[in-house]
Design a protein around this ligand. Structure first.
Ligand code: A2P
Length: 409
């Protein structure tokens, strides 16, 4: 079992009456539905509030475990009567493990061992489940839901790619007014577009990374900023990109308990992103600037975009002093120039990055297009090979120490 929830007692049961049940922790889950898309037996489903596992369909294949970015998928209970889907859909937290007494201790132990072995197998290919940086602050999660959202007011909405750019990317500031909505750098919020889908159901929740620091877009303001790209036909992105100052927005969350800024001022943070994947790194950089002046740790960012005019915050980023943040841009569509991706740029500056990989204070964060994951991984592996390091060993070590974080879509 992976949590420390208190144990409730129940009348002793014969061993044969007990089973293991796979569940999802609604407090940590960020509703990305990756698990659902990976679930071959079709056991995982969701409604507007929760993602749930059908006991009758789950075959413990564990395909859903490693892709989960938060570890919320990793919840197990020994049960006599499995929790139904209807019950799970109402949860705001997973019920405590029931104590079935002495008679059941053998089966409890064997089921625990069984789950442990399955999890080990599931994590072995990926280097373990995501873990927050050891020095990260404790995040608040799921304070507001679709049923009880926070109502935010739009304070600003402006374009941060050039007028001539193909990508319409916007910087949107939402104020929470008197509502307490605590966030940390790296967390996301959920937005629900008003209206309904063609089938009459409410629109899906969409998650957006917070681009501002924990103390607000401006210091001590109770607001957050988001970096949102208008997607052709996208309900939530068009709703957000069209918002006017003063409009009200329903917000859920905050979400995310592992992709978090380390508080350790000595932490080196290598941030690798494309497009709007830069949002959390804007938050990280601003946090360092405000809270950790003269931090000994380095911030290094690799940022990929089609061209400078398509790169969100290109102008402001160029004004950030190198002593705070070293930026490496990679552009893929500049006329008469070879295509360059973040992984190509990483290879070009390998001599400055490889020594950082040797340090146990170094964290890697990757955010943006899913497609870049493999290329970045190969670049890191090459860098390691050239510097007597073994990436196949270092990556799982970094992951298990909360120093390797991926959020791609
Ligand atoms: P490309 O020009 O090949 O599309 P977007 O502007 O669509 O948000 O994309 C952000 C950047 O990510 C673009 O430069 C895009 O290049 C680049 N990109 C696309 N695929 C990959 C990949 N597999 N690895 C790294 N970067 C990628």
């Amino acid at each position: 079992m992976n949590d420390s929830a208190p144990i409730k007692t129940a009348p002793a049961k014969p061993e044969s009456a007990l089973k293991k049940q796979h569940l999802i922790d609604p407090e940590i889950c960020i509703r990305c539905y990756t698990c659902e898309s990976m679930c071959t037996p079709g056991a995982i489903s969701h409604d507007d509030l929760n993602v749930v596992v059908d006991f009758a369909k789950c075959n413990y294949c564990m395909d859903c475990i490693s892709p989960c970015p938060t570890g919320s998928i990793d919840v197990w209970r020994i049960v006599d009567a499995p929790y139904s889907l209807a019950e799970q859909l109402t949860w705001t937290e997973v019920p405590a493990q029931v104590d079935f007494g002495e008679a059941a201790s053998a089966i409890t132990e064997s089921l625990d061992a069984d789950v442990g072995a399955l999890l080990e197998k599931a994590h072995s290919g990926t280097g373990g489940k995501p873990i927050a940086p050891a020095s990260a602050s404790k995040p608040s999660v799921n304070l507001f839901s679709r049923a009880k959202p926070a109502i935010a007011t739009v304070q600003g909405n402006f374009r941060i790619t050039a007028a001539s750019a193909e990508n319409d990317v916007r910087h949107i500031v939402l104020s929470f007014g008197d509502t307490v909505f605590p966030v940390l750098e790296g967390q996301s919020i959920g937005i629900i577009a008003p209206g309904t889908r063609s089938d009459g159901r409410p629109h899906d929740l969409r998650l957006y990374s917070i681009a501002s620091a924990r103390d607000g877009e401006k210091r001590n303001a109770n607001n957050v900023s988001l970096t949102i790209k208008r997607v052709d036909g996208g309900v939530a992105s068009n709703y957000m990109c069209d918002l006017k100052v003063g409009d009200k927005v329903h917000v859920t969350g905050p979400f995310g308990a592992t992709f978090l800024m380390p508080n350790d001022a000595a932490a080196n943070v290598i941030m690798i992103c494309t497009g709007t994947g830069s949002a959390p790194f804007r938050a990280f950089t601003e946090r360092r600037r405000r809270a950790m002046q003269n931090a000994p740790g380095k911030l290094v960012m690799f940022f990929g975009a089609r061209a400078p005019e398509e790169l969100p915050y290109f102008g402001p980023l160029q004004k950030v002093p190198e002593s705070l943040l070293k930026t490496h841009f990679a552009f893929s569509r500049i006329p008469n120039q070879p295509k360059e991706y973040v992984q190509d740029r990483m290879r070009k500056v390998a001599s400055s990055i490889a020594p950082m990989l040797l340090s146990s204070s170094t964290h890697i964060f990757i955010c943006g297009l899913k497609g870049m994951e493999a290329g970045v991984d190969e670049a890191l592996a090459d860098m390691c090979r050239a510097n007597s390091l073994d990436w196949t060993k270092l990556k799982p070590d970094m992951r298990s120490q909360g120093r390797y974080h991926v959020e791609t879509y």
